[in-house]
Write a protein that binds this ligand. Sequence first.
Ligand SMILES: [Fe+2]
Ligand SMILES: [Fe+2]
Length: 284
Amino acid sequence: MIRNEKLEDIILKTVDVPSIPAIAAKVLKITNDDRASIAELEKIISKDEAFAARVLKVANSPYFGRSRDICSISTAMMVIGFNNMHSLVVASALKDLYKKNTVYEKSLWEHSLCVSIAAAILACETRLVPTEEAHIAALVHDLGASVLLNCMPNDYKAITDKAYRDGISLIKAEEEFLRFNHCDTGNLIARKWRLPMSMELVMSYHHKETIDAIPKSTEELDLNICRVVKAADELCLNIGIGLKNPDTSARLDLGDIGIPESRIPEIKKEIEKNYLEHTSDIIL
Ligand SMILES: [Fe+2]
Ligand SMILES: [Fe+2]
């Protein structure tokens, strides 16, 4: 989609794309290497004490449905699996890019948490993708917005305010002001940092009307993660967590992931209930 040099130049002239957090870079380097072993991943995580503690906390989180006590990184990796562990480490490192000081930053973080909860619920409901993968990819879907907010706080606040004031979508307000949007920014970051494909897709396509433009050669699992997170984002915008007002301008249609319209009110209630009950468990 956005492999467009001109657009990339415009973004790079405006946005100071941050470096990828060091631990995420290390983990991605070994997981992008086909010969990478579980032992190597374990070594990287274990070397960073604070990070290892965070990973264990996540592994033991009731949200991940673990009933036993996991107290070593090797057990956590066995239980969670290599691929999930790798995404989890990357998402956990990227999470630090979401600052939570101003009301704008807090709102974006609340919205991201809500979408990750909704994506997990939709993953369970549809059985299209593993719950953990949907949950983790959803957490970073608006990373492009977070980077924009970090590097141009005043302009981005003005853009957000304009969207509210004029009753237009954030994407439209961004394009009017910057000539690109947070999905373009997310796509650039995901490619620069060589993030997993599922993360690149959700960061790039979650505001597109359809995901038809994604190359056909893409793995079905990654496409489904993108479909689930896109639906989760739409549901959360409609519910309004992290927003001044719920965005009910678009009709919710979850047919793409096989959810009939009649199920939507119940799913919305479940998301709100889980958001209130479980946000403290989600400690990525
Ligand atoms: Fe977004
Ligand atoms: Fe979003």
